[in-house]
Design a protein around this ligand. Structure first.
Ligand code: SF4
Length: 329
């Protein structure tokens, strides 16, 4: 028998796949890429985790655009932040279903645990999600299968129910103990680290949707820096450390502005949208606020468009914190 195992990158999905693999089922590890994992390096780490612990190559499938479409109007709504978990899982299982024939898989395995997450892992949701994805009875959750109804693979004897687990609730100790027992190496996170559960990220995302700017390029920018709305169609993103400064400079595309202090230690910023001269000046004042400078002093800020090598310089007074907060997203 063959099973597609959905891999989020967190511990639970690896454990679930390992338990099923231990029953002699051929596991196909599959990861759906959505634009909301923490960092690019997390994505390559998932492949390493799977290789080390399952001895298999992780298949990655891009779900970016479909996920963004779901995010605009999720049928089952959002969780406590901008996380449309039920719709997200229905989307992933539907996609997995579409790949079953091509991959020769008989059923699908997930790392869900009953009661672990409030929105999508209560009994009703665990029943609804496979049904809406057209996979009723064909989704095995090895970590909590014994507290759920029997699935087709258990009834038909493709997997042994007594070899599955009965985890239930929010405690993580059972997973940590199982990871030790199964000698799972080098796992770092209890979950896949979805940015949609982060309040600050969700606030910025909501603002993006309200401004009808939801696309992969803008979502990529939301992962970095402090964000300011300068006008309905103009934003400034200011780096918070050297790594973000470099990433913002790399993300700048034709038409974007890049700002930085040429003489003072401070942040790099990326401006996107319609920049008038007064918005350029406002941007320079914001960046000046984050420069190391004597109190009351003007600061020189250089700026250029991403495609232009020629820099211009403005000398400005830093924006005060009250004004700054009014435009911070
Ligand atoms: S936390 Fe994020 S990735 Fe996980 S189910 Fe919810 S929306 Fe999907």
């Amino acid at each position: 028998m063959k099973a597609i195992a959905l891999i989020s990158g967190g511990l639970d999905s690896i454990l679930a796949a390992k338990v099923i693999q231990g029953q002699g089922v051929e596991v196909i590890p599959l990861h759906f890429k959505i634009p909301f994992c923490h960092k690019v390096k997390d994505s390559s780490r998932q492949s390493v985790l799977v290789k080390e612990n399952l001895g298999l190559d992780l298949i990655k499938v891009d779900l970016e655009q479909e996920f963004l479409d779901v995010l605009k109007n999720p049928r089952y709504g959002f969780g406590s932040n901008m996380n449309p978990c039920i719709d997200c899982k229905i989307l992933m299982l539907s996609k997995a279903k579409g790949l079953m024939q091509e991959l020769g898989a008989d059923f699908v395995v997930t790392g869900e645990v009953l009661g672990q997450r409030p929105m999508s892992q209560h009994k009703q949701a665990l029943f609804l999600i496979p049904r809406r994805a057209g996979l009723e009875g064909l989704v095995v959750r090895p970590l909590c299968a014994r507290v759920l109804a029997e699935t087709i693979p258990e009834i038909k004897g493709w997997v042994r129910r007594d070899g599955l687990l009965n985890f239930n609730g929010r405690r993580r100790n059972p997973q940590v103990d199982l990871a030790k027992e199964l000698q799972i190496k080098d796992y770092a996170w209890p979950s896949g680290g979805c940015l949609l559960t982060d309040p600050g990220f969700s606030r910025r995302l909501k603002e993006l949707i309200e401004h009808k700017e939801l696309n992969a390029r803008e979502v990529g920018l939301l992962k970095f820096g402090r964000h300011f709305r300068l006008s309905p169609n103009t934003k400034l993103v200011v780096g918070r450390d050297e790594e973000e400064d470099n990433q913002l400079a790399d993300l700048a595309q034709a038409g974007d502005y890049v700002f930085m202090p040429p003489e003072t230690a401070g942040s790099t910023a990326l401006g996107r949208g319609n920049f008038t001269q007064s918005l350029i000046k406002l941007s320079c004042s914001i960046i000046a606020r984050y420069c190391d400078k004597p109190a009351g002093a003007n600061v020189k800020i250089s700026y250029r468009t991403a495609q232009d090598k020629e820099e211009k310089i403005l000398e400005v007074f830093p924006l005060d914190d009250v004004e700054l907060e009014k435009i911070r997203i």
